[in-house]
Design a protein around this ligand. Sequence first.
Ligand SMILES: [Fe+2]
Ligand SMILES: [Fe+2]
Length: 359
Amino acid sequence: MMTERTYAPVAWKGITQPSKVCQKGCDMRNAGPPRLLCVDDEPNVLDGLKRILRHRYQVTCAKGGTSAIEVLRNNGPFAVMMADLLMPGMNGVALLEQARGLAPDTIRILLTGQADLPAAIDAVNQGNVFRFLTKPCSSGDLFQALDESIEQYRLVNAERVLQFTETMMASLDARDCYTAAHSNRVSFSAVVTAEAMGVSPAQVEIIRIGAKVHDIGKIGIPDAVLRKPGKLTEEELDVMRLHPQIGKRILERVDRFHDYLPIVELHHENYDGSGYPYGLKRDQVPREVRIVHVADVFDAVTSGRTYRPSLSEDQALKLLQVGSGRLFDPVVVEAFTEILRSRRVLNEILESEWNHTRA
Ligand SMILES: [Fe+2]
Ligand SMILES: [Fe+2]
């Protein structure tokens, strides 16, 4: 059972409300199987659909068009909405047309009888429906149409997320060019580390985007602190340390960014609980965040700033080794170190090949 903890409110620029994170620090609202909205005027049909589909999807049922619009407004977002064509009051075509305006990203499927094929084809041609299924349809056809629709939903969302990420990073880059370049490097090395650790492709994608926006909260840090050429004072460090929570507040307003919130909010937590903002330790912090944490620190210390020189790769690796099990997840440090060593070996081979070719 998930328990919740609260952290003390910090009074600065709107960061005044206590925020809740689950014990593992992750927002679970969008977790789990894809969300599906089924609409029919027959309760028996809805019960049957729910029985078949509930093992693969989070199924919500609405009886009739008016109720479906209400659910869409108040309980979205849904990956897919599937509606019967023949319903009293609002028919399926009118409903899906209205749904397109309300939730344009939700993929729409129409269920229709043979006799109503022309209406279904019209709906597809007008762009109101992604697929139609003729009744009776086999469970195989049903699952295939749903899986294709969910894939389409993911593609559209991934594209939007990428565009939005680039826009946000460009606005941060305009104020602090270090952070955008740093975030791209962190994303790259965190992804390579995650792949070496056997993290699933879906989680790797979360790491890729999450690492790109991990410092987005710096948008809310005043120039006097963010762009200060010298070392920060303790008070200024306190302001800078708000960036994970500011980042979370910015992104939590956007549904499709919920998967990345743990990385944004918790990337400064240390393995032993000595980090911020909550002092979470070990697996209270999700693994993808622990991976980004190592890549983040490595990049930060190997990048020179005006107020401190950069460390060499060897010095930075030493720092990771010393902090392994204390500040950093030892499994992540091991994978990260191994990647750097392999890259070096590869570079040495390439260099000697190159010299050999030139000789
Ligand atoms: Fe950060
Ligand atoms: Fe960072």
